[in-house]
Write a protein that binds this ligand. Sequence first.
Ligand code: NAD
Ligand code: TYD
Length: 349
Amino acid sequence: MKNLLVTGGAGFIGANFVRYLLEESGFAGKVVNVDKLTYAGNLGSLEGVDKNFPDRYVFVKADITDEAAIEKILLDHEIDTICHLAAESHVDRSIEAPDDFIQTNVVGTFRLLELARRHKDKIKRFHHVSTDEVFGSLGEEGHFREDTPYHPNSPYSASKAASDHLVRAYHHTYGLPVTLSNCSNNYGPYQFPEKLIPLMIVNALEGKSLPIYGDGKNVRDWLYVRDHCRALWTILKQGRLGETYNIGGRSERSNLQVIDSLCAILDRIVPRKGGGHAELKTFVTDRLGHDRRYAIDFMKIQCELEWGPEESFETGLEKTVKWYLDHSEWVRQVQSGDYRDWMRRQYQL
Ligand code: NAD
Ligand code: TYD
């Protein structure tokens, strides 16, 4: 593995992964980050990376559906490994407007696969980063395993399921050297404040209400983002070609439990005048088709590749709250219209 293409490297997991690769993994090659810079892609999340690794890090602004642009990147940088994270990722947005999800997640993945097939002599591995949401919703009991049948319920999860099927089919049909991973909900630094944990932190700090969909008893299995990055790196190095690996945190929490834990941390670190942060909790109309429970069985990656989560939910949540407290400027930038102007000035885009 010499020249690694990361798609979506300016997003939440992508930016953490690019940093992990360059700063922690021991990888000695070049990282090429290709990202379209949608609302969710922020070069501010990679501040310092280009300066600290001028010879080993390259950013290219491009859309993964633009075959010519991506082919040029593959050839110019002699890419031998692809780690594909670029996607539209927010379920609520997919319910409101699914079009971009089909374009990027399905068509974009298809274009990348076609390119990898065309340059099969050079591409040693294509890793596809996916979600546990492809498996649908669990009842009170049970866990998703790698052989759990797909049953996606939202436009987002259906688009990710479609892309997973394409990746597997390209291995089966054309012998493309693929691996896949299906991971549970991530949290940590650089997550766009539309997802549950960062939204609740940012709202609570501003004294705004904390919107809880439905009865708040929906359960997610939370994983600290650095643990996901470690898992991706482990699979890139040792994952068996053609295989899929489930990744999870063994940290099932209801949304109410998550929000109460966040409020307790905030009450301790930044007490609120006139009452606790939990007073901001507000029950709102439920999400359409809201999946009830996700939980991951990650025995396969644990036994085969010796990966397991290192961060506990409690320590990870505390680190995350402190990160958002220390990075109010990042939050302001990604939420504000002037972010695009700042980025154009900074990076001559
Ligand atoms: P994100 O929304 O924070 O980032 C996605 C990135 O992809 C952004 O930088 C965006 O600009 C880029 N992008 C979008 N469309 C593009 C296109 N057409 N061409 C090039 N770049 C494009 O998402 P995330 O939370 O970092 O998720 C990354 C991947 O991990 C996704 O594939 C997602 O399905 C998967 N995943 C996420 C989670 C989670 O909890 N966040 C869990 C499991 C799997
Ligand atoms: P989210 O972070 O959007 O991730 P996903 O839908 O991919 O699991 O939501 C996590 C859970 O939190 C989900 O059950 C929906 C719920 N939720 C709220 O209750 N309020 C909110 O404002 C948001 C964004 C999510």
